[in-house]
Design a protein around this ligand. Structure first.
Ligand SMILES: O=C(O)CCC(=O)C(=O)O
Ligand SMILES: [Fe+2]
Length: 249
């Protein structure tokens, strides 16, 4: 894994998202997801792409809904779900990441006794969601100001669940905000929950398990339940782009 000191954020060249995704070390990423339930990919988006995505949040067009988190008990802050058609960057991330994750997702399903029949490409998976009434797009941009936070949760929106999701940090923790760390918890059978704080800088992507993942134990695989949230932002503004692969009912 690349450490934060080696962070290549300032040297990202502007190649197509799909090519950047294809160039990632997918065996290391799959390994991280498999053993920890998450993987950190430094500097997937350029600072300019992060700024452009952040600017989308303030524009009124292109979103299907605006959620004030405290109204629903989700925490404090706000987010907007994109409408179809998704902006090119968001569509490219969603369809570009999916094929690299589908083999691991099927392996997880097989190991957990779930149907290991997730299609190899995202269009086919989305067609399946839509055919069963999960038609509303789930990619979103979140905005947190001072005092805002996101309670531990799972992004389940219906029976069709792709077991891995992504979030890209759009703001710079060195200059834009304090606090606001992505927190992942895992719950193993008969054990207390464990929390992990995921390191991230602007443009980094974190891939993580949506709800359950298999863990090899002495008597075969068992299920680990994962949740994610964001610790309180102490100062400044934090934006993030969430990529969930299933659509919502
Ligand atoms: O703000 C974050 O980093 C996490 C947002 C989130 O809950 C999500 O993308 O599903
Ligand atoms: Fe979430």
């Amino acid at each position: 894994m690349t450490t934060l000191t080696e962070h290549p954020i300032d040297t990202v060249i502007d190649i197509a998202i799909e090519a950047r995704i294809a160039g990632l070390d997918w065996s290391a990423i799959s390994n991280g997801l498999d053993t920890e339930g998450w993987a950190h990919i430094p500097a997937l988006l350029t600072p300019a792409e992060c700024r452009d995505a952040t600017a989308m949040f303030a524009a009124p067009d292109g979103f299907r809904s605006h959620v004030i988190m405290q109204r629903h008990g989700y925490g404090q802050g706000e987010y907007r779900y994109f409408a179809y058609p998704l902006p090119p960057l968001v569509a490219a991330l969603r369809s570009g990441l999916y094929p690299h994750l589908a083999p691991l997702a099927n392996d997880w399903h097989r190991r957990m006794g779930l149907p290991a029949d997730l299609p190899a490409d995202h269009d086919a998976f989305i067609a399946r969601c839509h055919a069963d009434g999960q038609r509303r797009p789930t990619p979103l941009i979140l905005r947190y100001g001072p005092g805002d936070y996101n309670r531990l949760h799972q992004d389940l929106y219906g029976a069709h669940v792709f077991p891995i999701q992504a979030v890209v940090l759009l703001s710079d923790p060195r200059t834009d905000f304090d606090g606001g760390e992505l927190v992942l918890t895992e719950q193993r059978p008969r054990m207390q929950s464990r929390a992990q704080v995921v390191p991230a800088r602007r443009g980094d992507m974190i891939l993580f398990a949506v709800n359950v993942r298999p863990q090899a134990g002495s008597r075969g695989d068992y299920r680990v339940t994962m949740r994610h949230g964001v610790s309180t932002v102490r100062a400044g503004e934090r934006h993030a782009l969430g990529i969930i692969f299933h659509d919502a009912a």
